[in-house]
Write a protein that binds this ligand. Structure first.
Ligand code: ATP
Ligand code: MG
Length: 272
């Protein structure tokens, strides 16, 4: 079962990461990481702080050139997929300049840039797509606010709306649930599922281990390299989490408590 996930299908994978290595100076962030994701799948990306999740997203996006290894999107180069507007990206909040003088609507409109000419003049179809995306993430009333003047959960939803407006078929979301309330979490989860139902591929990093089975079809444990790519249930086995986190943590309770390992991780991250 576990070996079959992400493998074994004959169609071209939506995302294929093959032996990718990335250093920042002396820091080894990704060490021959390999991953293959099929179409219409939601895959959770799990790993401790500093395990390379954001680096993996940036490498898939083509924002970082790996020293070795290769990324293919729908069988072709990342650059081509980005030009075609196939790849949508919701960056980790820490990677966004929230002071940038853009309204929520402007941010969502960025998802349409690939369809516009060099002057970036929006057409009616672009404006309608933006309005529709804002409705779907329930941010219509915030459309004209500067992006930094939203709450954490609303900011995440604004970036999800950008991916929706883009009509991206491969969505990369870096911790979209960090610091969001249950309502935003439910809205984002529902949208991701609708997108996957419609054939989109979703790679989503999260520290919320309790929510993983309800969110994802499959999951990847990352610790600079892919330790395990399997079902959420398999990835959440204590012995597997222990390999990735160096801890014995057991998220088997049906009801999350304040002291869940996932939230401890988040708190540590927020404290940095
Ligand atoms: N711009 C950078 N310059 C130098 N080192 C970096 C840079 N970005 C990340 N690193 C280092 O690379 C490693 C992987 O970082 P990355 O941000 O990919 O981890 P992560 O899994 O996303 O962590 P988190 O859960 O905290 O978001 C870490 O050791 C980090 O300190
Ligand atoms: Mg990160």
């Amino acid at each position: 079962m576990s070996a079959a996930i992400g493998q074994g299908h004959t169609e071209t994978p939506a995302i294929s990461v093959d032996g990718v290595t990335v250093h920042y100076g002396d820091t080894l962030a990704l060490d021959r990481a390999s991953l293959s994701l099929g179409h219409g799948r939601i895959c959770g990306l799990i790993g401790m702080n500093g395990s390379g999740k954001s680096t993996l997203f940036k490498t898939i996006m083509g924002m970082i050139d790996p020293e070795s290894g290769r990324v293919r999107i729908d069988g072709g180069p990342t650059r081509q997929a980005r030009r075609a507007g196939v790849l949508g990206y919701v960056p980790q909040s820490e990677d966004v300049d929230w002071d940038f003088p853009l309204s929520v609507r402007d941010v969502v409109m960025m998802g349409r840039y690939g369809r516009m000419g060099p002057l970036r003049l929006s057409r009616r179809a672009d404006r309608e797509a933006v309005d529709h995306a804002l409705e779907r993430v329930e941010l219509t009333e915030y459309a004209d606010r500067q992006i930094g003047q939203l709450s954490g959960g609303q900011k995440k939803r604004a970036f999800v709306a950008r991916g929706l407006a883009q009509e991206a078929t491969i969505l990369l979301l870096d911790e979209p649930f960090a610091g969001v309330d249950k309502r935003s979490e439910a809205t984002i989860t529902r949208l991701l599922k609708e997108l996957a139902e419609a054939g989109a591929t979703v790679l989503v990093s999260t520290h919320d281990l309790h929510a993983l089975p309800g969110l994802a079809d499959e999951a990847v444990l990352l610790m600079r390299r892919v330790l395990l790519h399997s079902s959420p249930a398999e990835v959440l086995r204590p012995e597997n989490l222990a390999r990735a986190f160096g801890l014995d943590i057991t998220p088997t309770e049906a009801t999350p408590t304040e002291a869940t390992p996932a939230e401890v991780t988040l708190t540590e991250e927020e404290a940095r």
